[in-house]
Design a protein around this ligand. Structure first.
Ligand code: SF4
Ligand code: SF4
Ligand code: SF4
Ligand code: FES
Length: 947
């Protein structure tokens, strides 16, 4: 049986609460009103033959294969487009129907290559299945005359092939691109016999296609087919798991032949993605077995020495003895650890446990420090919990969507598709972003407002929104009186009503016309359910935490919190950044965001961990690096992070790393940080281990082992080895035991277990006695902290200002085809879409500097200088330049500064004063770095070493 199309009800479910009873083939069935006859039959286990229908798409009624007879009706209506009616009597199998269906199939097959035995879809082809189902034995029309059998293949897309000779023009691909993905890249060109699928009159690669795979998924034939299946053949089993890229957390079926992945198919029952995917999760999995994977542990005395491959035992023993030596010489606080937002919850938990219990200090931090730590601080302060308030499906109930500092179509594409669907249904859209992101205008979606603010002006803008609400009588008075702390509310209302926060007063700061701000604020406050979605364009500022609180204030004052369709929702970047924060990765918090100074909490951990724990917060990543430069911090264990590329002010980061005596890197590749490491422990990809990831909607989903760890150990096992070598015993035999410990120690996870996640498919925390099956929507009826707290959000401009020397402002972001530091996606075919980071510059600024499109330009700030190619575009406003940070050769973070959020130290990536000038060479820094990289990544030839 096909592994892909195994439960297809033919048409989507009806959401009606009214029930209708009818009879199909003499059997009674009761279904929601609005259900199609085809789906009602499927509920009974009767599969009506079909080709153009599938349950992920609205019925279309073009193939005429699904005909049925209905008592009292003339003709043979299509069951996929006919809704059920009470008392209806339907026949799905009669001689007349059989004959009609055979006739339809005969026409299809007469223009179809009969190469089933050698076709890549053999065994997974609905046309083949239907020919069998309708009993087609003869094809009378043959191939004479006109046909499409010689139509040319389109192999331009690196991941799938379009073979129009096999197309039955069922339009499923076109509709998938429209309804599911929302890109509208495909059309049916021509009419009648000449009609054919076209990616906009060009090839797939040149078209608007974003390679999401929805059309390939929907195609019932081998017309659109994954190249991996064409090359490797059909899979023989599948493993359900979770995407290891972004914070959407899509469920996938890893389709396997033995231990080899054949394809990744989005899981229809995945609650985060409902069977949709983006190019990364769907196709860009080849990195997992890339030839550059490092599969042997390695050690070296100095970073300029070549790496020596050693046994796991030797590498772990060396790391442990070095850490012990350093602590004996420089003190207990001289070492620390960094957890990974790409690893599982269980692995992250073990690393922070190792630091707190094994190292005996709280020097543990995570990459969330540099992305969403202000989310944790801001939402905890105002609402009482450090996470987003809704599930993704909530967006389908939103009437007004406010997107601030996020670029969902690039960074959270599957959620963006859902959001676009809601927008096509009529929800209104406000985008606040310095750059014209795709969402501002995309097929059948146009923002009501694009508030193109200046980088760094977020807080002024959100205060102006709240000012309009408070001064124009738009406050949800009943909600505020019932749900929020009265003293704070009164103080905040007086603060925000001050004329200095009016849209007019801040117009010069924000750069946004006051009239637009007023109109957008009114729309948000009065347009029905209003939901805020935000990203790193909010958090990565010196006032990131203030801005998060500003958005929370706005949601509370308008009553847009505590039900479906509303809320304040961080779009989290990495697959498990929510989880790594939940798991106690910050130096001041245990799991569940409980402070290390809380005696009762600490004692509960001491009892289970059997060790005395410190009550003072440890060092954050920037503090560790500062201390290393100062000579007091000497050893670091980094699991699955690449701080030498991802963290700001790389010169400072690398100086800190270079000053340490033992840096242990655990990763799947020799990343940029490994250039400064002394021990390398081979990591395991998401395909090689069991565990869980927690996505941006607090959803905990299973990650399942599809193949054995290529280097011998999963990451959690390697951490255990290190801990045991250090003398702190860890004896888990499976990650489920680690989750059981987490549940025992963490009230919001008290009801979580692998067994429950297996049973429910996924579960959203809090999950405990009060919410045994989890919590999709937070703060219903009351805030987690009790009463909501309005926080004072004074706008304090960043100290990073444009000057005569650095007159432009640089802001950074992501692109769809690449992921974070690019370590994974750069090792896939995704490079065809984004080979290098480019600097977007406005035509005015380019002309002023004599820069033309494609010129090599220097990008300089007070921190450093790099060089990259220019792309001239009016997506950015004059005075602002923009780039991505996916390539180490560009090293955009050479120029970002050490300014950071006042509350959390989250770096201010989004505002850097820079100068841009035309050059014809790489920067000195890049040359020096390339030389260093060459020197520090050499691996000694084991054969030569043995001689
Ligand atoms: S490419 Fe596939 S889905 Fe699209 S019309 Fe042809 S057969 Fe149908
Ligand atoms: S891959 Fe996605 S974007 Fe491209 S044509 Fe297919 S459905 Fe449309
Ligand atoms: S949207 Fe995110 S989680 Fe989903 S497939 Fe794409 S990268 Fe993976
Ligand atoms: S499946 Fe109903 S008309 Fe094609």
């Amino acid at each position: 049986m096909s592994l892909v199309h195994e439960t297809d009800y033919g048409t989507p479910p009806s959401l009606s609460s009214e029930l209708v009873t009818l009879e199909i083939d003499g059997m009674s069935v009761t279904v929601p009103a609005g259900t199609t006859v085809m789906r009602a039959a499927a509920e009974l286990g009767t599969k009506v033959p079909k080709l153009c229908a599938t349950d992920s798409l609205e019925p279309f009624g073009s193939c005429r294969l699904c005909l049925v007879e209905i008592e009292g009706r003339r003709g043979t209506p299509a069951s996929c487009t006919t809704p059920v009616e009470a008392g209806m009597k339907v026949k799905t199998q009669t001689d007349r129907l059989a004959k009609l269906r055979r006739g339809v199939m005969e026409l299809y097959i007469s223009d179809h290559p009969l190469d089933c035995l050698t076709c890549a879809a053999n065994g997974d082809c609905e046309l083949q299945d239907m020919a069998g189902v309708v009993g087609l034995r003869d094809v009378r029309y043959g191939y004479e005359g006109e046909n499409h059998l010689k139509a040319e293949k389109d192999t331009s897309n690196p991941y799938f092939t379009f073979d129009p000779a096999k197309c039955i023009v069922c339009s499923r691909c076109v509709r998938a691109c429209e309804e599911v993905q929302g890109t509208f890249a495909l059309t049916i060109d021509g009419r009648g016999f000449a009609s054919a699928v076209s990616p906009g009159g060009t090839d797939f690669l040149e078209s608007e296609c974003v390679s999401c795979g929805a059309c390939v998924q929907a195609c019932p034939t081998a017309t659109l087919m994954e190249n991996s299946v064409i090359e490797a053949g059909q899979a023989e089993h599948s493993v359900i798991t979770t995407c290891a890229y972004c914070g959407v957390g899509c469920g996938f079926k890893a389709e396997m032949r033995g231990t080899e992945v054949v394809r990744m198919v989005p899981w229809k029952d995945g609650a985060a993605n409902h069977g949709h995917s983006c190019v990364k999760g769907r196709f860009a999995w080849g990195y997992a077995t890339h030839k550059e994977r490092v599969l042997k542990p390695m050690i070296r005395a100095k970073i300029t020495d070549p790496w020596q491959e050693v046994s796991w035992e030797e590498a772990i023993g060396h790391a442990a003895s070095e850490f012990k030596r350093i602590q004996a010489k420089y003190g207990r606080d001289s070492i620390g650890g960094i957890t990974s937002s790409r690893c599982t919850n269980e692995e992250t938990y073990l690393v922070q446990k190792l630091v707190r219990a094994g190292f005996g200090n709280n020097n543990v931090d995570t990459c969330a420090r540099v992305c969403h730590s202000p989310t944790g601080y801001g939402l905890k302060t105002t609402f009482g919990t450090s996470a987003g308030t809704q599930d993704f499906d909530s967006v389908m109930h939103a009437d007004v969507i406010l997107v601030i500092g996020a670029n969902p179509t690039d960074a959270h594409p599957v959620f963006a598709s859902r959001m676009k669907k809601r927008l096509r249904e009529g929800a209104r859209l406000i985008v606040a972003d310095p750059r014209r992101i795709d969402l501002v205008r995309t097929p059948h979606v146009e923002a009501d407002f694009h508030l193109q603010l200046k980088p760094g002006a977020n807080v002024a803008l959100i205060n102006a929104f709240a000012h309009v609400v408070v001064t124009e009588g738009l406050v949800a008075e009943d909600f505020v009186a019932e749900r929020c702390e009265p003293t704070d509310t009164a103080r905040w209302r007086a603060f925000i009503a001050d004329p200095r926060h009016s849209p007019e007063a801040v117009e010069a700061v924000t750069g946004v016309p006051a009239a637009d701000v007023r109109a957008a604020a009114r729309l948000y406050a009065t347009g029905g359910n209003a939901a805020i979605y935000y990203g790193l364009g909010v958090t990565e500022h010196s006032q990131g935490s203030t801005m998060v609180m500003g958005m929370a204030n706005l949601a509370m004052v308008t009553g847009n919190i505590g039900r479906e369709g509303v809320g304040v929702n961080p779009l989290r970047g990495q697959n498990n950044v929510q989880g790594s924060c939940d798991m106690g990765s910050f130096p001041h918090e245990f799991t569940g965001y409980r402070h290390v100074s809380d005696d009762a909490v600490r004692e509960s951990f001491e009892a289970v961990w059997n060790v005395a724990l410190r009550g003072e917060p440890g060092l954050r990543i920037p503090n560790m690096l500062d201390a290393a430069v100062d000579g007091t911090f000497k050893g670091l264990y980094i699991q699955g992070e690449d701080i030498a590329q991802s963290d700001p002010d790389i010169t400072h980061v690398t100086a800190g790393l270079a000053a340490m005596e033992c840096v242990v890197i655990q990763d799947i590749f020799l990343n940029e940080t490994a250039s400064f490491a002394h021990v390398f422990l081979p990591g395991s990809s998401f395909l090689e281990k069991d565990g869980t990831f927690t996505n941006a909607e607090r959803r905990i989903s299973m990650v399942r082992k599809a193949m054995p760890p290529m280097a011998g150990y999963a990451d959690w096992e390697a951490t255990m080895l290190l801990s045991n070598a250090l003398g702190y015993r860890m004896d888990y035999t499976h990650p489920s035991e680690i989750m059981d410990e987490i549940a025992r120690l963490t009230p919001t996870f008290a009801g979580v277990s692998f067994e429950k996640i297996e049973r429910l498919g996924s579960v959203q925390w809090p999950c405990n006695d009060q919410a045994p099956e989890g919590t999709p929507t937070m703060h219903i009826g009351g805030f987690v902290r009790g009463k909501g707290k309005f926080a004072i959000t004074e706008f304090v401009p960043t100290e990073e200002r444009s000057t005569a020397r650095y007159p432009l402002i640089l802001t950074t972001g992501r692109i769809l085809s690449q992921y974070n530091v690019g370590a994974q996606t750069r090792r896939t075919e995704n490079v065809v879409w984004h080979e290098e980071d480019l600097l977007e510059i406005h035509p005015f600024d380019a002309e002023h500097r004599g820069i033309v499109d494609g010129d090599w330009v220097a990008l300089a700030s007070r921190s450093g200088e790099t060089s990259l190619r220019a792309k001239i575009t009016d997506r950015v406003q004059a005075g602002v330049v923009y780039t991505t940070f996916h390539n180490p050769e560009t090293a955009a973070n050479v120029v970002t500064t050490d300014f950071s959020d006042w509350a959390t130290n989250c770096p201010e990536y989004k505002v850097t004063a820079v100068q841009v000038r035309r050059v014809n060479h790489r920067s000195d820094w890049q040359d020096r770095y390339a030389a260093l990289r060459e020197e520090t990544t050499r691996i000694a030839d084991p054969a030569a070493a043995a001689e």
